[in-house]
Design a protein around this ligand. Structure first.
Ligand code: NI
Length: 186
């Protein structure tokens, strides 16, 4: 097993856009193996490389008994249909919030060996593919909530026993300076 520690909300690596993979080498395949092992150990539906501290555009997924990975993913939406339902994240453990996503997605990318691959996702798989691709852009699912939902989520995060205020989240737009994440007070 090559299970890695999972970075939690507040770790700047989760807010840093990941770099495209250039070398499809043994190191990349070890990263895929680490992500797969860590995701399965946590019974997660997906895990993106930044969540184990690696800034590369790679994620793994395990949805509806389909286990896989995608390198340098690009999403396409074949229609405008939406879904709404509970979503969570291994980097925001124990918290779930209804999150709107597209119902259908086509994810194009590469395997760890550099072979092109396409995944057609619907429902939960589509949700996972969108969630994990967001991670590669430094976006977390709570960012996708409406303002009221996001405020509720941030409050729950700050009250979570795992949340470490000594490692304050990086906020792109904070009108209140470094001492007050999200401008909600502390
Ligand atoms: Ni996540």
């Amino acid at each position: 097993m090559t299970v890695q520690p999972i970075r939690l909300f507040g770790d700047p690596v989760l807010r840093t856009p990941a770099d495209p993979v250039v070398d499809f080498d043994a190191e990349l395949r070890k990263l895929v193996a680490d992500l797969t092992d860590t995701m399965r150990e946590q019974s997660g539906a997906g895990l993106a490389a930044p969540q184990i501290g690696v800034g590369l555009r790679v994620f793994t997924f395990h949805v509806d008994d389909v286990l896989g990975h995608l390198v340098n993913p690009v999403l396409e939406f074949p229609d405008a249909e939406e879904q709404d339902g509970p979503e969570g994240c291994l980097s925001i453990p124990g918290l779930y919030f209804d999150t709107k996503r597209r119902q259908n997605v086509i994810a194009k990318g590469f395997t760890g060996h550099g072979d092109p691959v396409q995944i057609v996702g619907t429902g939960l798989m589509a949700r996972c593919l969108q969630h994990e691709t967001d991670h590669l852009d430094g976006v977390l699912f709570v960012d996708r909530l409406d303002p009221a939902g996001r405020k509720e989520a941030m409050k729950a995060i700050r009250q979570a026993e795992w949340y470490d205020p000594a490692a304050p989240p990086t906020v792109k737009l904070s009108p209140h300076g470094a001492g007050s994440p999200f401008g909600l007070g502390r």
